[in-house]
Design a protein around this ligand. Sequence first.
Ligand code: M6R
Length: 618
Amino acid sequence: MCGITGYIGYREAYPIVIKGLQRLEYRGYDSAGIMLFDGQDIHVTKTKGKVVDLEALANNDEKSKKGSTGIGHTRWATHGVPNDVNSHPHTSMSGNLVIVHNGIIENYDTIKKELINRGYTFKSDTDTEVLVNLIEEVKKTEDCKLGKAVQIALNQVVGAYAIAVFDKSKTNEIVVARLGSPIAIGIGKDYKEFFVASDASPFIEYTNKAIYLEDEEMAVIKVGKGVKVRKIKDDSLVDTTIQELQLSLEQIEKGGYDHFMLKEIHEQPKAIQDTFRGRMLADEGIIKMSSVSNHLEKFLNADRIIIVACGTSWHAGLVGEYLFEDIARIPVEVEYASEFRYRNPIITEKDIVIAISQSGETADTLAAIKLAKSKGAFVFGVCNVVGSSIARETHSGSYTHAGPEIGVASTKAFTTQITVLTLIALKLGKAKGNISQTDFNSYIQMMRLIPSQVEKVLESDEHVKYISSIYKDATNCLYLGRGFNFPVALEGALKLKEISYIHAEGYPAAEMKHGPIALIDENMPIFVIATNKGHYEKVVSNIQEIKSRAGKIIAVVTEGDTTVKEIADHVIEIPETAEALTPLLTTIPLQLLSYHIAVMLGKNVDQPRNLAKSVTVE
Ligand code: M6R
């Protein structure tokens, strides 16, 4: 939920850590802070607000920018309101230890009471300040080095963490540890410098070599010496592998767009192409996915598929339900991971659980996976972030290959998740004999066209912008769709809500008359997905019902549509494709619409209030 980063080496740490925090701001942005060690003294600068506010503060005091060791934090508050005092880094009572922390220490209250009994005082309301003082207390009582103190202290805490700790008395090292929250260590040439971060983006221009800590591991990073990784539980040494990163700087920058969200919307043609590249072999008429083929028997004999996910990924899962049931004829249930994990669900060894997550770090989804595994289900992951916790926790899985998604509002993650689910559904449908080779080939041919068709929908941007300017001041909106496009209606509403703060609801179009129709008046914009396949006539009837109640209709239609065009106030066209593939196209104008409305309302598109990109806490 927070971003942590750090540097130790021979360069000025300040610009590296600040830039790193900017790149990690997608993880949380209600406060930010930095610790610099100038060889003599520790300087901590922190503030409520964003990294720009932190920079402004640091600019007032040159001392706060000096030194070649630094750690930084950008926060999404869990314990303690976002204010200057609760911001990280937190310093131990002696002032010698400094920590940044992403996660939650659940038993902090008990530990805090014990520390208070031993004379400790606290400045903040945070669990993190408790942890740094616990480490200090262990270091003192055990008379040990920082690494050992961290190991002992972490064995006393319950919760989740990624931490980086600096000790003024051991100035050539930083200690990091992980349980439930990610941490990567960037390795500089000849071990002359090291970087730590919640993901590799803060250090990608300095090194492409990194170690990703596994859960329950910690590392002592020593300049000039190297990295020693140990198991937190028993202090045993771990044999680690150094990974070559595939990430490029270009991928994590805005590339001329005003916002990451807009860049990511426009990246969708390439992202979808990358998702099926090497998997969908049109000439051979096959879909090659070893992650599925290697477990084909399990898939073919499964009683049902349970999809678990949150937010936008849950919406992709709903599209998956339509795909799997229609194409592969496998019964599907789609569950909010947060509900599934706690409702004592019936899971058997004949169930396949598909967990969908862009970040691969969502705490509820991860917990749902662990539960399903404990009941013997086979768990398959659909993740974007390579090497993420969910990708590692699942038995098998397919990456979406969408590239880094930095805007908090998911866009390309959604369409690439649907692409993966479509490929799996087609592969299973064919293997089960539910679709003929001819239909299979025809799907593949239509899939191949999707990237260029998305490109074409993106050309309607100016038109969508114009529509946005008309409806930007609406206070309530409805989104309606049926069949494969019902989840798209939900997703359209979520996009509008999260970045423009306009209340919006998605509904299956036919459900409108069971309640939401009462909301319709001349001020209510209603976005209807009315493509020419599936339940077109029925959706047209719903549109008529809206019209007769004076609602404003903005319809997403198939090119060449004349019926809806006559009734609706505005239409946005998408090219013709198979009904099952329409979500990949109908989603695009709704993403653009929410983007433009949010920009016109002056909202922070990439960092909407109260949200964070990865929700690594419950
Ligand atoms: O990383 P995940 O896909 O697991 O994240 C799930 C949700 O938190 C995420 O989709 C969220 O709903 C987005 N802000 C939606 O745009």
